[in-house]
Design a protein around this ligand. Structure first.
Ligand SMILES: *Cc1c(COP(=O)(O)O)cnc(C)c1O
Length: 374
């Protein structure tokens, strides 16, 4: 046995992590560019709900002027950004914690509440990070699948909450990947359960409905998550935030990494909040394009789009394999999301992009229609 093997015998990694499956995030544009033999600027990327218009001019200007900032650690309390968020969200800054994307806050919430074996309810199909981060803290995942129309199975959630003494329930509205909303009366019913409800509103700005964030200060078991990644075009910088009941904030401050929001993300996020009209105009453009997608996709015999209140459209694929459709579109330089997961194997999700990107997608779909004779 080598010395390294001897050490590994003695110091083993956690068995639950050793047994974990690999998580495969979508490949980078560079990887696709090489695989498809196309330059990056000819690839139509509609697979990750990113904002095709990018950051606002103000955010770009802030990023271009980080001299004197980059060499200094950021404010661990992100006070300037939280003061702006107070006005944007309508909840006092004391309730707001910012992080390196909403993803970081999902992780922090699980660390705050979950010891190994504690129950966490997840309602798949939904955003994958709840399950991913819950596994890292050794949570007992309790899956309560959605109905065929992707609505929540409320009685099943209630039964599971009581049966497993669950601590947390992850909800997403509009839900990723279908774009459906949670109705206020459904949320009320779930808030009556003896657990903490984490409501992910990553796509709130596209939904045309009011955020539930304003309810947090008088709802002891509600946490709302938001992000700059989608509506403000800052996905690559990692800036998200959560709105928490006050009594939780004291404990979150203790466990968060002191400099979790980097200075570039902080500057761009603040500039975005001071550039709202331009960003909201982009949001409107994206919503129009989503509506166009819903109409145009329904005309293809092999696609059944679901109504969406977000910046993407989920489609059931009929008459050909969804994975093959994804591959055929990829060959045309159009990237869409395919999930090899229960409940989603015959679906693809398409992000709403620019009108030109929709044109390219529709042209690629017409080619698939002609080639496959479906
Ligand atoms: C994209 C997305 C996020 C991730 O937000 P980040 O701020 O980029 O970490 C969170 N929740 C849902 C549902 C998402 O689709």
């Amino acid at each position: 046995m080598t010395e390294i093997q001897q050490t590994r015998e003695k110091v083993r990694i956690r068995p639950d992590i050793a047994a974990m499956e690999h998580y495969t995030p979508t490949a980078s544009l560079e990887v696709f560019s090489e695989r498809l033999g196309r330059p990056i600027n000819e690839i139509v990327k509609l697979d990750a709900n990113e904002n095709p218009y990018g950051p606002s001019a103000g955010a770009l200007a802030a990023l271009a002027d980080l001299r004197g900032v980059v060499n200094i650690y950021p404010d661990p309390e992100s006070r300037k950004l939280r003061a702006l968020l107070q006005d944007y969200v309508g909840v006092s800054a004391g309730h707001i914690l910012v992080g390196a994307g909403a993803d970081e806050l999902i992780d922090l919430i699980l660390r705050l509440f979950i010891a190994p074996g504690d129950g966490v309810i997840n309602c798949p199909p939904t955003f994958g990070m709840y399950e991913f981060d819950a596994a890292l803290v050794g949570a007992q995942m309790i899956a309560v699948p959605r109905r065929a129309d992707f609505s929540l199975d409320v009685p099943a959630i209630e039964a599971a909450a009581h049966e497993h003494d669950a601590r947390l329930l992850f909800l997403c509205s509009p839900n990723n990947p279908d774009g459906g909303l949670i109705a206020p009366d459904v949320l009320d019913r779930l808030l009556a359960l003896p657990l903490v409800v984490v409501l992910d509103e990553a796509y709130a700005e596209f939904s045309g409905t009011a955020s539930f964030a304003v309810r947090v200060p008088h709802t002891p078991n509600l946490i709302v998550l938001r992000t700059f990644s989608k509506w403000a075009g800052l996905a690559g910088l990692r800036a998200g935030y959560g709105i928490f009941p006050l009594d939780l904030m004291a404990h979150l401050w203790k466990i968060k990494q002191p400099y979790n929001l980097n200075v570039a993300a902080d500057a761009a996020a603040r500039a975005s909040l001071q550039d709202l009209p331009a960003l909201q105009a982009n949001v409107q453009r994206i919503i129009s394009e989503r509506e166009r997608l819903e109409r145009e996709l329904a005309a293809f015999p092999f696609l059944q789009p679901y109504p969406s209140r977000s910046n993407f459209v989920l489609c059931r694929v009929e008459g050909l394999a969804a994975a093959d459709l994804r591959t055929a579109l990829e060959a045309e330089g159009v990237l869409v999301r395919y999930y090899n997961k229960p409940g989603l194997r015959d679906h693809i999700r398409i992000s709403a992009g620019t009108p030109q990107q929709t044109d390219a997608l529709l042209a690629a779909l017409r080619k698939v229609l002609a080639d496959h004779q479906v």
